[in-house]
Design a protein around this ligand. Structure first.
Ligand code: GLC
Length: 402
């Protein structure tokens, strides 16, 4: 069976990490599956896809399409820009090139992994080849995208959603007629494990090593605004003075999309205004997220909007960390509050600070949560499950194809 994957970006964000895990899992389960990736831009993701056994090539997006928001929400100006860019002649040209590339690849199935590719894939797929949309984000906050996806729903054979919450949203936004299969992500449990290399976060952030014992609390996230960096900083700023806590903002800007990301300099300035100098460090992008997480006592997830899944949460659990999760969305499906994670109200710095204080003061609680998180991760997030859930969907769609 030959699968072509279409991914908008060439950089490795959450949706791309997820796809790499699916590919690795499929290869391990059935070496006869041929994997081929076509990405809308070049970048490290292509190399990583080759490393898990896929062929990979970039079919570079025209600029108008590259800048059209995938990660942010599309309302107002962006919605107008979106309509304009999608009708641009360059998009028609790109669709024609993609159609030729797909015809030449002659896949049994096309698996699209991001909003723009859901549409382009539906437009460009050779007749009779099933198209599967793998949806990683909520559709309803993107009214333009919802409308376009609804219009193409007839060309979509099935949807895989990264949580039940996203699956419900896809049905509500794109039509109840779509067949949606929720499949939670998994993580590479060998890489994301409690033991292994540990990064020196202080050095990376340019901070002096702390003098005494210090509880290290970090937010690991892309710089998308809804990931809650500001809430994290504000929570740190309300902690009692004597509490030995140091905060870390780990991650850098990733997607080309304009207007939906924090600028690291703005965040540094905010930290300065909040009086956090010396109490928080900014590491920028780190390659080895597992080694960064192992350097932390507590990993914070602070998304201000419902999180579709929250790969960072699964990764931090697999590393045996104490995790504080923002309540809501698909993230609520992957933790058991009070057992293997603590939760706080999304967007509430005081609630988050309260959880931080609890954990900073109680090493035994941190250890217990971390141990149970590692156990949950082994039970829920092993990569072998991905192929077990996805292969039957592929086979079903193939069997139905003309
Ligand atoms: C998207 C979602 C995130 C999820 C990831 C992988 O980035 O926003 O919640 O973890 O995809 O499915």
């Amino acid at each position: 069976m030959k699968i072509v994957y279409l991914n908008p970006s060439g950089q490795t964000g959450g949706a791309e990490r997820s796809l790499l895990d699916f590919m690795a899992s499929l290869r391990a389960a059935d070496p006869g599956v041929e994997l081929r990736l076509i990405a809308g831009a070049g970048g490290a993701f292509l190399q990583q896809a080759r490393a898990v056994g896929a062929e990979a090539e970039a079919l570079i997006y025209p600029r108008s399409l590259a800048r059209l928001g995938d990660a942010g929400s599309q309302s107002g100006l962006l919605g107008t820009l979106g309509r304009a860019s999608l009708s641009a002649p360059s998009v028609a040209l790109y669709t024609a090139r993609l159609r030729r590339a797909l015809a030449a690849a002659a896949p049994d199935l096309i698996h699209t992994n991001g909003f723009k590719m859901h549409l382009l894939g539906a437009w460009a797929a050779p007749r009779g080849v099933p198209v599967l949309w793998h949806v990683h984000d909520y559709v309803s906050p993107r009214p333009l995208m919802a409308r376009l996806m609804r219009a193409q729903a007839g060309r979509c054979a099935a949807v895989v959603a990264n949580s039940r919450s996203v699956a419900d949203d896809v049905r509500a936004a794109c039509g109840a007629g779509l067949r949606v299969f929720p499949i939670h992500n998994a993580v590479d449990l060998e890489r994301f494990s409690p033991a292994g290399p540990v990064l020196d976060l202080d050095r990376l952030a340019g901070l002096a090593a702390p003098r005494g014992p210090m509880v290290k609390i970090g937010l690991v996230a892309t710089m998308a605004r809804w990931k809650g960096h500001e809430i994290f900083l504000r929570a740190l700023a309300t902690l009692p003075d004597g509490l030995p806590v140091r905060g870390y903002v780990i991650g850098g800007a990733l997607y080309e999309t304009e207007g939906s990301q924090y600028d690291l300099e703005d965040l540094r300035a905010l930290a300065g205004r909040l009086g956090l100098a010396g109490r928080v460090g900014f590491t920028g992008f780190v390659d080895d997220a597992a080694a960064a997480m192992r350097a932390l006592d507590v990993v914070v997830h602070a998304s201000t909007q419902p999180e579709p899944f929250g790969l960072v949460i699964a990764e931090a659990m697999a590393c045996g960390r104490a995790v504080i999760v923002s309540r809501g969305g698909g993230a609520a499906e992957i933790v058991t509050p009070g057992e293997d994670a603590l939760v706080h109200e999304a967007g509430c710095a005081y609630a988050l600070a309260g959880r931080m204080v609890e954990l900073a003061r109680d090493p035994a609680l941190r250890a217990a949560l971390g141990a149970r998180a590692a156990e949950s991760a082994r039970a829920r997030f092993a990569r072998a499950r991905l192929a077990e859930q996805l292969l039957p969907v592929y086979r079903l769609l193939r069997a139905e194809a003309p």
